[in-house]
Design a protein around this ligand. Structure first.
Ligand code: NGQ
Ligand code: ZN
Length: 456
């Protein structure tokens, strides 16, 4: 229920709306952090270029603290799978206190980069030997608390992880802390759902088809708790995974999923890198979100998503920073476009019609898909939605002599220092003049925690 009394009223010279920039826009914010239609009261000017904050649709928070630790060549040729071994060793050092400290620092950095909400694809559930914490949801609560400290919106996606491969093999020693049987998973989900509030939603995640055998997938999707909220899954990220799926299940991952689940707009297919033309069309038609993480996909050597065909088919997409090798919606969208330019030797790929702007097309698409994947009222600055917004630095030389035709393209393609000056989440300023309200304390704790990790 929305508390409809405006506690503040703001105005922007230009406010980004689904159709484009709206000049001289005024909006109110209610006590519950939602936007209201303007009333007659005086409004505070927030800036020249004001945009909805970007939802980050895919995050494994703990991985932020290993960024840069897997960039040295190993004995054999490096790949996604050798990176994963480094990641598993790193994950073994993280308990609830470490997770909270790392996630809070990560979320502060996200806010400063222009993300105002995050979907946590969370599978680090138990102690390293697989024994539950007391309480069993301790690691989930560490993420909830970190999001609250930083002031970022959270869609928590507790992950179901049962097997160590398509053949149904048991979890390896390092994967044991990820695992649940279906009953224990549903208990966790039920506990977390009780915590939901304006800034916290709880959805469902299936780690991958590798990790979730068919009977478990069916069982979870059929239960009452799965009747609402977003459903996320990693899919078709690596060629090896596509081959294994074909060998064991007789179909490619996306093809198999569509044959075994009613994939619709509640779903977010994370990566979905390797698609046939038929899979691309089917994914687009379903209304599900393709959850693209270009900086991680580049870092891990995944491959390129068929962007042009997917957009032509009307597909929905959003972006995530996933492994957090980089934390910037600007960089994700820039690399989404640049990967395509490098592969096709053409320009302006995301803009499908003459006159369309690449920056506007991508920001708009990622707001829509990110909001959908979050299952929260985000991505648009309209009545009833969360008051989650960013204000660009109108003092930056990059935005000098830019107008409504060019401001967003300059923001997305030209900035290397963030152009995000102020950030509001749920009607509260979390970042003002490039500074987060609690950044010193959160960074000091992060330094001390990361400094004492016993890395293998
Ligand atoms: C993850 N990350 O769960 O953190 C995965 C790697 C896996 C990405 N796929 C592990 N980017 O897929 O098994
Ligand atoms: Zn992931």
């Amino acid at each position: 229920m929305s508390d409809s009394a405006a506690i503040a009223q703001f105005k922007a010279d230009h406010l980004w709306q689904a159709h484009g920039w709206q000049a001289e826009a005024v909006f109110g914010v209610a006590a519950d952090g939602r936007l209201l239609a303007p009333a007659g009261t005086p409004a505070e000017r927030v800036g020249r270029w004001v945009l909805p904050g970007m939802p980050n649709l895919h995050s494994h928070a703990f991985q932020r603290a290993m960024a840069g630790l897997a960039e040295r060549r190993g004995k054999a040729e490096d790949s996604f799978w050798s990176w994963r071994e480094t990641m598993y060793a790193f994950a073994a050092t993280i308990g609830p206190d470490e997770l909270q400290a790392i996630a809070a620092q990560l979320y502060v950095e996200m806010l400063k980069a222009g993300y105002t909400s995050v979907c946590e694809f969370h599978y680090l559930h138990h102690q390293p030997d697989g024994a539950p914490y007391a309480p069993p949801e301790a690691m989930s609560l560490a993420l909830v608390e970190a999001a609250r400290e930083a002031g970022i919106g959270l869609t928590l996606l507790p992950v179901l992880y049962i097997s160590g491969g398509f053949d149904g093999r048991a979890l390896s020693a390092r994967q044991r802390r990820f695992g649940h049987d279906v009953d224990a998973y549903l208990r966790l989900l039920e506990t977390l759902r009780r915590q939901q509030n304006e800034e916290l939603s709880v959805g469902i995640a299936l780690h991958s088809l590798r990790a979730v055998p068919e009977p478990a997938l069916r069982e979870v999707l059929a239960c009452e708790l799965a009747a609402s909220g977003p459903i996320h899954i990693h899919i078709a990220e690596q060629v090896g995974e596509v081959q294994d799926c074909l060998a064991t299940r007789g179909a490619r991952p996306v093809e198999w999923l569509f044959g075994h689940a009613a994939v619709d707009a509640r779903w977010c297919l994370v990566h979905a890198t390797h698609l046939t033309a038929a899979e691309t069309a089917q994914l687009a038609r379903s209304g599900a979100v393709a959850g693209l993480c270009p900086s991680t996909e580049a870092n891990l050597g995944d491959g390129l998503f068929p962007l042009a065909d997917y957009l032509d088919a009307g597909g929905v997409l959003g972006i995530g920073s996933d492994s957090h090798i980089s934390i910037s919606p600007v960089e994700e969208l820039r690399w989404l476009e640049y990967g395509q330019r490098l592969a096709t030797r053409h320009r302006n790929i995301a803009a499908r019609q003459p006159g369309d702007s690449v920056g506007e097309t991508l920001w708009r698409a990622a707001l829509r898909g990110g909001a959908q994947a979050s299952g929260r009222p985000l991505g648009e600055l309209r009545e009833g939605a969360r008051a989650d917004l960013i204000v660009l630095d109108d003092g930056s030389p990059l935005l000098a002599a830019r107008d409504a035709r060019s401001a967003l393209d300059s923001f997305l393609f030209a900035g290397n220092t963030p152009l995000v000056r102020d950030v509001m989440v749920g009607g509260r300023w979390q970042v003002r003049d490039f500074r987060h309200r609690d950044e010193e304390r959160i960074a000091a704790r992060y330094r001390s925690v990361v400094g004492s990790l016993q890395l293998a």
